[in-house]
Design a binder for this molecule. Structure first.
Ligand code: F6R
Length: 366
């Protein structure tokens, strides 16, 4: 049941440290500093000769795919395309037998994602599933894959499945890079070590919930909001905006922060809240100038920052600190406050958090 929480969504947000540990169990061997994935042991040759990965997914799972692309390209040096399953299946996409098509799906029943997978199969590509529900249609249609093992997700808004998907993609990209010799031993081992710290760090983000709730209150009457991030935090911005739309019914858009000046900046005035995901990574300085641009137009700035941040704090109306981590693992922490913001806004507005209007948990229609 809800384990003492008011809603499944909140329970599932709080479940994330444990879910991540479950997801990594037997796969992330901290003492030996290595990753073991049975799919790589069983399909080494086929995966090694992959010339390209095509990720097909919808919604939140598609956002996880955007993070997966960056991870696989960075560590395994294999090109990755990320496609909306609903678009991919109705075009004439170029699929070759050397491609590996990865379907990402919590439910394993999303009709468009399943159909995209079937198209891949007809074209003799390898079908690789990243799924939560064991034995689901997409799991059964897979040649191989990795379960995320986060347990049943009941809230319609996906939370723990997202962090589980990102965790699996991280393990897969690291293991693949290691096999291919495209990641340095140092980076492989230090990332493994830091992955082991993430569940505890998520706990420390959850401990800030009261603070996050107060900040969320300031969004209750907003009609619009923008979410901005760069690099690994760009898909997190998209995901934060989706969460706010679907359960709080506030129109929100996510953008890579530098795109702002190509149009969305025209929207900014004193009524526009802008949520920046501005943790301390390679693009930090760049995002600060994006934040200043919003400030100069009187936009209201809420920012997710790294503990100890000073520069953003000086400019923003409110900041939420998350522990420091590697850039590649940042989404696993920065997504959490955005989930909580959407949750608290929806509760404050008296909305049905676990079953928002017009939405179904698994979209089995086209
Ligand atoms: C958002 C959400 C949806 C799903 C999408 C794909 O919170 O839940 O956007 O992510 O419908 O569903 P799955 O992952 O089951 O294929």
């Amino acid at each position: 049941e809800k384990g003492g929480f008011e809603h499944f969504m909140l329970k599932e947000i709080y479940d994330q440290p444990r879910c991540m540990a479950d997801c990594m169990r037997g796969r992330l061997l901290l003492n030996e500093k290595r990753i073991v994935l049975s799919t790589i042991n069983m399909h080494r040759e086929r995966l090694m000769k992959a010339e390209r990965f095509i990720i097909v997914a919808c919604g939140t799972s598609w956002h996880a795919g955007l993070i997966g692309k960056q991870l696989i390209e960075q560590w395994a040096n294999i090109p990755v395309e990320v496609e909306y399953a609903s678009e991919f299946r109705y075009r004439n996409p170029v699929i070759s037998p050397d491609d590996v098509v990865i379907a990402i799906s919590q439910s394993g029943e999303t009709a468009d994602t399943l159909a995209a997978f079937q198209l891949a199969k007809e074209n003799k590509a390898m079908c690789f599933g990243i799924v939560n529900v064991v034995g689901s249609s997409i799991a059964r249609a897979s040649d191989t894959g990795i379960y995320i093992h986060v347990g049943p997700e009941i809230g319609v808004a996906s939370t723990k499945a997202f962090t589980g998907q990102v965790t699996v993609l991280t393990l897969f990209a690291l293991a693949l890079g290691h096999e291919r010799g495209t990641i340095s031993k140092e980076e492989y081992e230090s990332t493994i070590e830091e992955l082991g710290n993430i569940p505890e760090k998520i706990k420390s983000v959850l401990a800030k919930d009261e603070e996050i709730k107060d900040i969320a209150r300031s969004l209750t009457y907003a009609e619009n909001a923008l979410y901005m991030g760069r690099g690994f935090n760009y898909p997190v911005a998209l995901e934060g905006a989706l969460k706010l739309k679907e359960i709080s019914y506030i129109h929100a858009e996510g953008y890579p922060a530098a795109e702002m000046k190509h149009g969305p900046i025209a929207l900014i005035d004193e009524n526009m809240p802008v949520v920046f995901v501005a943790t301390h990574h390679q693009l930090y300085k760049k995002i600060i100038s994006n934040i200043e641009e919003v400030k100069a137009r009187n936009g209201r700035i809420i920012a997710v920052v790294t503990e100890g941040d000073e520069a953003v704090k000086e400019i923003a109306e409110a900041t939420i600190e998350v522990p420091s981590t590697l850039a590649s693992l940042a989404p696993l922490l920065s997504a959490i406050p955005l989930q909580l913001i959407a949750y608290h806004v929806a509760v404050e507005k008296g909305l049905n958090v676990d079953q928002p209007r017009n939405l179904a948990k698994s979209v089995t229609v086209e």
